[in-house]
Design a protein around this ligand. Structure first.
Ligand code: SF4
Ligand code: SF4
Length: 387
């Protein structure tokens, strides 16, 4: 496993970081599949992965305790543990103090190696909680006390907000969403360049865009498969971000052993993309964007919907249809229509897009800035048309 540091030689972070938000789960939402998830975490550790990223809310609040329970048998100094403060849940400093203490307890550790302000999205939230309520000062005190080794933030806001937090406050690292689809279309390149200008190591999240870049559509997939039949589609996405200078570790939210094996292969003896491969990847991206998928990563931050709509489930079904090109001129063909409808078969009637009441509760929570009620409406209209 390749290791990286950023001028600090005592720090040797594995190029592949384990994102613990998509660990395998049991059917019918019955919680983490502890056996399978434990096997994956242990195998990753044995293969040299030493960065584990969890958060208060991941896996319905179960991720931190689970990750802590698996890692506790390893020497504490042999892995880096990251967790995050969910600012949107907190009203004031005492709540933040209580939550931080609970996180250490959940994870069964004395300190976090990397601690993040989770999902900075608006200046309002940053100013209210971290400045007015002085939670940022508190986190620096935790750093002085040794309970936080490095302090950073994960980011889903505007370029203006990024400039504001980078210019005015000291950080040890940043965590940004970066992948080859968002590089030009979602300001990812600008955010990355700002972090590099501030000489901050970048931790990368969503390198495979919630799994979408692991499937693409038929045309885009064929381009990549023709260029390198033995390589997975996801491997192109991981290599794209890991090739960028200043990237400390690439977080992958893995759910299966196959995904882990594939990622381990890429991150051991890492080969950056060549100029020719970059061109091929660009061609594949253009083919992928011909049918525009909804940029949902399946993060679940928008859930639950008070009316029971399965927002990511609907978007995922739509994107699968888009990937198979069932939505272009083929929608009139009977078998294509049937195939498209079947993508919704796993969703209960009350979870369908048509149940959306446009209450707007979900939209501000979406880090991808998706106009959720609007997209659900379009999607339901489409389903109605092909009945
Ligand atoms: S806008 Fe629609 S999907 Fe979003 S929370 Fe309200 S009812 Fe649910
Ligand atoms: S709609 Fe937005 S918040 Fe909801 S799962 Fe998709 S990306 Fe996440």
């Amino acid at each position: 496993m390749d290791k990286r540091n950023f001028g600090d030689r005592s720090e040797q972070v594995s190029l592949l970081g384990f994102g613990c938000m998509r660990l395998p789960v049991l059917p019918d939402n019955k919680g983490i599949d502890r056996k399978a998830a434990k096997e994956m975490l242990e195998y990753a550790y044995e293969q040299g992965v030493n960065y584990f990223d969890t958060a208060w809310g991941y896996l319905n609040g179960k991720s931190e305790a689970f990750v802590g329970s698996v890692l506790k048998k390893y020497p504490r100094e042999s892995f880096y543990l990251a967790s995050k403060m969910p600012g949107w849940l907190l009203k004031n400093l005492p709540e933040a103090e209580e939550l931080f203490a609970a996180q250490l307890k959940r994870c069964q550790v004395e300190s976090f190696d990397y601690y993040l302000l989770h999902s900075l999205t608006t200046r309002e939230e940053f100013d209210r909680l971290y400045l007015k309520e002085k939670v940022l000062d508190y986190l620096h005190r935790e750093k002085q006390a040794g309970r936080i080794r490095k302090l950073g933030f994960s980011f889903h806001g505007s370029i203006e907000l990024m400039n504001y937090v980078l210019d005015n406050f000291p950080w040890d690292f940043v965590q940004i969403q970066l992948n080859y689809q968002d590089w030009d279309t979602m300001q990812a390149r600008v955010l990355y360049e700002l972090a590099i200008q501030h000489q901050l190591p970048c931790i990368i999240m969503e390198p495979v865009r919630g799994g979408a870049l692991a499937t693409l559509n038929d045309k885009a997939a064929a381009i990549l498969k023709q260029a390198a039949p033995q390589n997975s589609l996801a491997s192109w996405a991981i290599r794209f971000v890991a090739s960028l200078p200043g990237v400390l570790t690439v977080l992958s939210g893995m759910s299966t052993m196959e995904q882990l094996e594939d990622n381990l292969k890429i991150a051991s003896g890492f080969q950056p993309l060549t100029a020719q491969e970059r061109e091929i990847l660009q061609q594949a991206l253009e083919a992928y964007l011909e049918v525009s998928p909804i940029p949902c990563t399946g993060c679940n931050y928008c859930m639950p919907c008070p009316f029971g709509v399965d927002i990511p489930g609907n978007f995922s079904a739509f994107n699968q249809g888009a990937g198979k090109r069932l939505l272009t001129d083929q929608t009139q063909q009977k078998e294509k229509r049937e195939e498209f409808r079947k993508l919704w078969a796993d969703l209960a009637p009350e979870a369908l897009a048509g149940q959306c009441r446009s209450c707007g509760k979900c939209e501000p929570k979406c880090p991808q800035h998706i106009r959720i009620p609007e997209r659900l409406k379009i999607l339901q209209n489409l389903l109605d048309q092909i009945q």
